[in-house]
Design a protein around this ligand. Sequence first.
Ligand code: DAH
Length: 338
Amino acid sequence: MFNDIDSIKNLFREEIEKADNLKYLQELKIKYLGKKGVITGKIKSLGTIPPNERREYGQQVNDAKKYIEEIIDVHEKALRTSELNKTLQTQRIDVTVPGHYTPAGHLHPTTQVLNEIIRVFTSLGFHVEQGPEVELDFYNFEALNMPKDHPARDMQDTFYISDDVVLRTHTSSVQVRVMENNSPPLRVIAPGKVYRCDADVTHIPMFHQLEGFMVDKHITMGDLKGVLQVFIHMVFGPATKLRLRPSFFPFTEPSAEIDISCVICKGSGCSVCKNTGWLEILGAGMINPRVFEMAGYDPEFYTGFAFGMGIERVAMLKYGIDDIRLFYENDKKFLEQF
Ligand code: DAH
């Protein structure tokens, strides 16, 4: 027995009793086992021990070292566990607290309906063309068989930029632009914004249209009806009926107004269809030979059909919306429904 080693162990036992946190335990570890620690000191001083006692003394120092290491180890584990438990208690996550709501936007209903219509026509082989919104009077009117002072111009309340430049009143303006630069056969749709100086429950100064036209040899009214029937069945459902009603547009001859059976009452008569069972959806017809002449096509050789629809109007019929202004008031309660 060596007294100094014994008293080191005794002192250590007293001190370890007080170890109630990891910081203090670390200090103890350094005090006894560190580079300048008590036990390390004893190991270094082995040389000063008389040779006959050295072996025995060395053994005791080593035992004391192991003893201290083991006890520190046990305490460290226990303290780590209890500190972890404490953290888990105080920083507990309440999974029942409502989360943070990040509102996500979506495409505007007009864009959704426009995209749907574009998908239908591209699946039928039509491709998309675009024209300018600030348009020459020539493409908006003259090339469509509406010379200056033609009474049909009154049907469209036009924003004039100058005598020769307008905000396009319809996407029909794209027809002659495309024909000038391409030869038949043509299968084209032209979606986009149009402008009219008009505002009430069914009219706004800026709205969207989609023009479509097909030009080739031997195109007939039957092709027009077939293409529009596919479109109407895909957008409004396969039970929707369609009818052609004689009408007038300067750029088509003959011209027709296309009606669909009422989406609300299915044709039996209600307030939406004013008891007629039908809703007007678009204008169409066979392209007037005068338009072909303007575009440099030979009307003896080519025929074609054209149609034009208002996108907001299609959306209103599809969703039963009765005021077109709702689309652009940015009322989230309205927009979130789509
Ligand atoms: N451009 C016409 C309008 O805005 C709609 C229209 C009618 C387009 C008949 C056509 C058509 O291509 O054949 O009122």
